[in-house]
Design a protein around this ligand. Structure first.
Ligand SMILES: [Fe+2]
Length: 398
């Protein structure tokens, strides 16, 4: 049987011209039992299209781990480290990830109480809510009428010690049905987006870069982001912006001296733009909540040595959190405009495989008590660091 692909079903809110390459539903293969040649094709499709959807899939945690591992065969550790999220209670991720005991690379996530699930006698799952994270909240009245927010835009990555996973597999096992919700940005733009209940929202990091004006493209191609040590503990006391895209600067982050032991050598510094290994495209990939400093390289000299325009022409090392966050926000906010978001409408047995170094995603929505939501998530701390822009990319965009 040959592999067949069809474009994602886009909602009316989406600008289809920006989704020509993004997202393919894949038919004709069992992602839990891929032959080597099939996997090679799937791997190419993933890096080309950023996200692949398989429907009506039966997938054990072992098969999910095997599938994700095929993209980076020497990896064995979950993206945040095996059995770490459950034990690190100070981490902002702690309430949301429950490790499957026999396959610690796969996490149980969702909402509601689950009994006797893959070796877990009972788990109280919590769908991440903006109420516990954003500085401002949607009123209870609005929430009851179906208004919600993006929880937190991110890539799946520990951002400390462990390189960011290449691929994440999200598998929907139990998916409560319900009315659509309105995801409000509440950032003064009036932007909002109709979303399926409990959607996972995706945006393309390539589009995020492609649509920037020249001066921000120049900044992006010359910049590297330094992440805080133990960023998910560091950020835990802080509050997020209403769009879920980064943090407000209120001085609430955990002081570095109060963090668990950390080592300078394990701090992560990544380029703002990550080069796609198959297409060579540049994807703007920054976890805005964990970022704490920016290094900007100087503009390349023109042939006659005269200075060029652009931001920070002589380069800079920016350490003021507010400045760093504002610049990152300026680079990322255009890319989460409603017309650029793909909000996936989950069905039971959907398997979404996404290029974690090429897209950003967010949990969205608010559930009323009822049927539990049960998902399995798997990603692996990578064997290498993401590749930044090439010299040619820098000369082209700087
Ligand atoms: Fe995630």
């Amino acid at each position: 049987m040959t592999i067949e692909t069809i474009p994602f079903p886009l909602p009316p809110s989406a600008d289809s011209s920006k989704f020509r390459a993004f997202g393919r539903e894949v038919k004709g293969v069992d992602p839990g039992a891929l032959q080597a040649t099939q996997f090679q094709e799937i791997e190419k499709l993933l890096y080309k299209h950023s996200a692949l959807l398989f429907r009506n899939v039966d997938l054990t945690p072992e098969q999910q781990y095997t599938l994700v591992k095929a993209f980076d065969p020497t990896c064995e550790s979950y993206g945040h480290g095996n059995n770490k999220t459950g034990k690190t209670k100070e981490s902002i991720l702690h309430p949301y990830l429950k490790t499957i005991p026999r396959v610690p690379q796969v996490q149980l996530i969702g909402n509601g109480i689950v009994h006797d699930h893959e070796g877990i006698p009972e788990a109280q799952l919590k769908h991440a809510s903006h109420r516990t994270f954003h500085k401002s909240q949607v009123s209870e009245e609005d929430e009851t009428s179906g208004v919600t927010r993006f929880y937190r835009w991110h890539m799946d990555a520990a951002l400390y010690d462990l390189p960011p996973p290449k691929v994440t597999a999200l598998y929907g096992i139990s998916v409560p049905e319900g009315d659509k919700q309105i995801c409000r940005y509440d950032d003064g733009t009036g932007d909002e987006l109709e979303v399926p209940l409990g959607t996972t929202a995706f945006v393309s990091g390539k589009t995020m870069f492609d649509i920037l004006p020249p001066e921000l493209k120049s900044l992006a191609v010359r910049s590297r982001v330094k992440y805080a040590p133990h960023p998910f503990i560091w950020m835990a006391p802080a509050h997020a912006k209403s769009s879920g895209l980064g943090l407000e600067t209120e001085g609430l982050e955990t002081p570095l001296d109060n963090l668990p032991h950390w080592e300078k050598s394990k701090i992560q510094i990544y380029p703002v733009l990550w080069k796609n290994p198959i297409t060579g495209d540049l994807h703007l990939q920054v976890h805005p909540c964990g970022a704490c400093e920016l290094f900007v390289d100087p503009l390349p000299r023109t042939e006659d040595g005269s200075p060029q325009g652009g931001l920070y022409p002589e380069g800079a090392h920016l350490v003021d959190l507010k400045t760093v966050r504002n610049l990152i926000y300026d680079m990322q906010r255009p890319g989460i405009a409603p017309s650029l978001v793909y909000p996936h409408d989950w069905h039971e047995k959907d398997l979404m495989l996404f290029h974690n170094r090429g897209v950003m995603h967010s949990v969205v929505g608010h559930f009323k008590p009822g049927k539990p939501r049960v998902f399995h998530q798997c990603n692996l701390a990578a064997s290498d660091e993401p590749l930044g822009p090439s010299i040619q990319d820098i000369l082209r965009w700087a």
